[in-house]
Write a protein that binds this ligand. Structure first.
Ligand code: M6R
Length: 615
């Protein structure tokens, strides 16, 4: 979640660190800092709260310039300890070891206690500071810098991407990763590290991607990498084709297709540092989130389009799992209807762009009506009007979404909302340890499950032909799957221009069944849940009206095959949280392939804009 950059070079490292931090700002930050080893081997550190720009100002106004050939830098998003100068990275131990860290050290309180007994004085409230002290402590009994890091790392539980320098080893930077990404940049004038290659693109195109458990020792002209067993390994140098500030299609035909296939990684990125082995990191929603969540009485969700559909799924989760009342409303309605907003409401806006005019205005209106409410936005854009207007921000790390039809933004919003559900439930003691762990386990399975589901693309492509001459389609689901059916219908409408409607399957008899005949394809989502038998009866009702049907089911759902019905078994053992996310994937693929057949402008469908900044 935080950003790391560092390097050893024969030039002044400070401007490179600053530029790298600016490139990482898209991941969100509340403070930043850098640490450089001066030419007389003493540490020079600068830290500032707020934007990287504040750090730059801080550097420019110093009498003594921060200059040197080796350094590390960091943008922080507070989880352990408030956003402040003292909590900003890098952290230093005994003027000897400096550390930047991405991730969470889960056993930091234990380590802190024993280090305090060893005489270490703590100057921050972070989990990171124990890393610096542990390395410093192990230096006393180690032959090399590397050995001290290896020994220290053995005492850590949790996740880390680390950049470490030492005043005793002025020619070396050590990088280590477990659970958090870290890449090495191989440059002409030095070697570098970063949590994302984007930070190093202005300097190099050559990258080495560290693997889980790797530790690397970087010197000016040499990089040595050790695997988790301490054995020297060769990792390949890859040349990046990413152009600065530009997102390219890679092997894909359209951005929408690319973004559908990016979902496993987007979800991994969104989960990073937000979960531990068995729990959610409530403070990922904000330093004071736990206190707010404990006291909150109801949740009001506001959004538009796809983001609204994500909110609808969350209503089921929040009420069913976190046991808190939740309302979801379209922003353009909410902003004009003088709503009653009770005290202790958590007002949640969901927006990919963070610029949707209606959502922004609904938020402003809500704050005017009741200025005591707490506001949280779930957003994919760190620097946006809605994040600026909100008290708490949770960034989905979907990466840039170019296709107008939202795909990875939606599934990462669902992940964020699952984390919110769990965080509120845990804070209110409505979710016990065991349930929390099972939610976390489910979230961890998501990237693999999505990859499995994406393998069905060729089957789904064949089905798309059925829509060639169709003018309408009906999507059916029950529970959270009604919201997923709405998202499926929205996707089909947006990019194939086929009229599509979604209905809760139980509502069929109350009207829409009159529409069903051979010319109206019906797409049903049939997870193996407590509503399955009811859905199966609804499918019978549809079938007798002669419709062509497509059913996406769980392998255990065992929907009975009928004439003109195609059943696609997606995957198995889905839970309340994983099922809606996984069943979204075949619907995205279906609309994408229908749009190809219809030969529409998939990434820029007619009449639509990516970000709706006007009413
Ligand atoms: O940026 P936002 O999430 O606030 O945008 C909301 C809608 O405009 C957006 O989700 C729209 O419905 C998409 N085109 C759906 O694919």
């Amino acid at each position: 979640m935080c950003g790391i950059v560092g390097g050893v070079t024969n030039q002044n490292i400070t401007p490179l660190l600053l530029e790298g931090l600016k490139q990482l700002e898209y991941r969100g930050y509340d403070s930043s800092g850098l640490l450089v080893l001066s030419n007389n081997n003493s540490f020079l550190r600068a830290r500032s709260v707020g934007k990287v720009h504040n750090l730059e100002k801080n550097l420019n106004t110093r009498k003594k310039r921060i200059k040197g050939n080796i350094g590390i830098a960091h943008t922080r998003w507070a989880t352990h300890g408030e956003p402040s100068n003292r909590n900003a990275h890098p952290h230093i131990s005994n003027n000897t070891v400096g550390v930047v860290h991405n991730g969470i050290i889960e056993n930091y309180l234990e380590l802190k206690e024993s280090q305090s007994k060893q005489g270490y004085k703590f100057t921050s409230d972070t989990d990171t500071e124990v890393i610096a002290h542990a390395i410093e402590f192990n230096m006393q009994s180690s032959n090399t810098f590397l050995e001290s890091v290896q020994k220290a790392i053995n005492s850590f539980e949790g996740a880390y991407g680390l950049g470490i320098i030492s005043s005793k080893h002025p020619d070396t930077i050590i990088a280590a990763r477990k659970g958090s990404p870290l890449v090495i940049g191989v440059g002409k004038y030095g070697n570098y590290i970063a949590s994302d290659q984007i930070a190093l693109l202005p300097i190099t195109r050559k990258f080495i991607f560290l693997e889980e458990g790797d530790i690397a020792e970087l010197k000016l002209e040499k990089i040595t990498i050790y695997n988790q067993n301490g054995n020297k390994v060769n990792r390949p140098i890859k040349t990046s084709k990413i152009k600065e500030g530009q997102v390219d299609l890679g092997v894909h035909k359209h951005f929408m297709q690319k973004e559908i296939f990016e979902q496993p990684q987007a979800i991994r990125d969104t989960l990073e540092s937000r979960i531990t082995k068995e729990s959610v990191v409530v403070s990922a929603f904000g330093y004071k989130a736990s206190e707010v969540f404990k006291n909150v009485k109801q949740v009001q969700i506001i959004a538009c389009g796809t983001s609204f559909n994500a909110g609808l799924v969350a209503k089921y989760w929040l009420e069913d799992i976190a046991k808190i009342p939740c309302n979801v409303e379209i922003a353009s309605e909410y902003r004009y209807r003088n709503p009653i907003i009770l005290d202790r409401t958590l007002f949640v806006t969901i927006s990919q762009s963070g610029e949707t005019a209606d959502t922004l205005q609904a938020l402003k209106t809500a704050k005017e009506i009741n200025n005591k409410i707490d506001t949280l936005c779930i957003c994919n854009s760190a620097e946006s009007s809605i994040t600026r207007e909100s008290e708490f921000t949770f960034l989905t790390h979907a990466g840039p979404e170019i296709g107008v039809a939202s795909t990875k933004a939606f599934t990462t919003q669902l992940v964020a909302l699952a984390l919110l559900t769990c965080s509120i439930g845990v804070s209110k003691k409505n979710i016990n340890k065991q349930n929390e762990k099972s939610i976390v386990d489910g979230l961890k399975r998501l990237p693999g499950l999505i990859n499995e589901t994406l393998l069905q693309e060729s089957q789904i492509k064949k089905l798309a032909v059925r829509f060639k001459d169709k003018n309408s389609a009906l999507f059916l689901g029950r529970g959270t799957m009604h919201a997923i059916a709405m998202e499926g219908a929205l996707k089909l409408k947006e990019i194939s221009y086929i009229h599509a409607e979604a209905y809760p399957a139980g509502e069929l008899k109350h009207g829409p069944i009159a529409l069903i005949d051979e010319s109206m394809p019906v797409i049903a989502i049939a997870p193996n849940d407590e509503l399955l038998s009811k859905l199966k009866s609804n499918l019978q009702e549809v079938k007798t009206r002669g419709s062509q049907m497509i059913v996406f089911e769980d392998k255990e759902s065992k929907v009975k095959s009928m004439k003109a019905m195609k059943i696609i078994s997606i995957t198995s053992n889905l839970g309340r949280i994983t099922a809606p996310i996984i069943f979204t994937i075949p619907l995205q693929l279906l609309s994408y392939h229908v749009a190809l057949i219809k030969n529409t402008d998939v990434d820029k469908p007619r009449n639509l804009a990516k970000s709706v900044t006007v009413e």
